[in-house]
Design a protein. Structure first.
Length: 365
């Protein structure tokens, strides 16, 4: 017990250290650039800055619609209002806490179970399937950025790094996303993930572990069936993938909107390339809340690499506006999380148990 407590404490301190380092990097990025010029740009913007709030609100709802379609493949008809509130809350956790990506995934599954009547095994299945679709949509979006803005990316990379390294990194990222998503999809669709894990654990020289596995043998088969269930409805998954693609499009639209509001002479293709590269950088900073510090510095550097005039001031104004917008939505998300915590669990949709029974996945009482 003492060892477990010690590891948990050590993990918390590491997370806090990462968060502090991220904040320090953010402050350094802001102070080393043209902060005065950035503040002037933001002051001139005035109330129009409120437009920065719109894209994230829309894309969170779009993300929830994608989840809804995945849940439909498991026979669950959940209310859209509750689902949207859940993902606004999960987004707030992701943006505000160290390791927020993992925490928000866990929170989503727990709230689906406790508040929307989706059993944990189905929530985990939906989360795993959603991860596959997000990776596929991300890969497709990177490929689109390469197809439309490959020459601009190569030019910016040469200006920033002295070589087309960023271009090759994006190509490698797209290929890696497609390969990993295909492997994960095949594994889930095989209907044997839990049973393979069980067989692997049985090799351990522990009678207690084997007894524990024997007691849950039937549950392993049920879990495998639920993990494979979404892949029996490829058309529905294709629709969900389109929703997740729309989310990437809205994130790019936000970048384009903010830069244009601040007076940057960028095209939508420029914004597409900048946002895609920025999101790839953020993926390497999972332990930092919203990639703070790392992503901000990359945005400022990318704007300069793309030859945007006054990139020092404009880049800082952009990241300050972007972070202010995120803080506003974090507040909304935590407020909704408070309402979810106080809300009784929703009853399952009337057709849910019938649909699951027809699939032969669950016994009928």
């Amino acid at each position: 017990m003492a060892t477990t407590d010690g590891r948990a404490t050590s993990k918390k301190w590491r997370q806090r250290l990462f968060a502090l380092l991220g904040v320090a990097a953010f402050v350094a990025t802001v102070l080393q650039a043209d902060l005065g010029g950035a503040l002037r740009l933001l002051t001139e913007l005035g109330p129009v800055a409120a437009l920065a709030l719109l894209p994230q609100g829309v894309w969170t709802v779009v993300y929830a619609v994608g989840w809804r379609d995945v849940l439909w493949t498991l026979g669950h008809r959940v209310p859209m209002r509750g689902l949207a509130a859940l993902f606004f809350a999960a987004e707030a956790v992701m943006l505000s806490l160290p390791g927020g990506v993992m925490l928000s995934e866990s929170l989503s599954v727990i709230l689906l179970d406790r508040k929307l009547g989706v059993p944990l095994v189905d929530g985990l299945s939906a989360a795993a399937t959603k991860k596959v679709l997000i990776m596929v949509s991300n890969a497709l979006w990177v490929l689109l950025a390469l197809a439309l803005g490959g020459s601009r990316i190569a030019e910016a990379s040469s200006r920033w790094l002295g070589s087309p390294l960023l271009l090759w990194a994006m190509i490698a990222a797209a290929v890696a996303l497609l390969v990993v998503s295909a492997m994960l999809a095949l594994s889930l669709a095989s209907g044997s993930v839990a049973q393979r894990m069980s067989r692997a654990l049985r090799r351990l020289p522990s009678a207690a572990v084997r007894r524990w596995l024997d007691e849950r043998e039937r549950g392993h088969a049920t879990a495998d069936d639920r993990l494979a269930a979404p892949f029996r409805e490829p058309r529905r998954l294709m629709v969900a993938t389109l929703w997740f693609l729309a989310q990437w499009a809205l994130e790019t639209l936000e970048t384009y909107l903010l830069l244009r509001l601040l007076g940057a002479p960028v095209t939508f293709v420029d914004a597409l390339a900048i946002e895609t590269m920025g999101s790839l950088v953020r993926s390497f900073a999972l332990m930092l809340p919203a990639g703070i510090g790392v992503q901000d510095a990359s945005y400022v550097a990318l704007l300069d690499a793309f030859g945007v005039p006054g990139a020092s001031a404009l880049g800082v104004a952009f990241v300050l506006l972007k972070r202010a917008k995120e803080l506003a939505w974090v507040g909304v998300g935590y407020a909704l999380l408070g309402t979810l915590r106080g809300r009784p669990a929703a009853a399952a949709a009337p057709d849910n148990s019938i649909d699951l029974a027809e699939r032969g996945s669950l016994p009928i009482a």
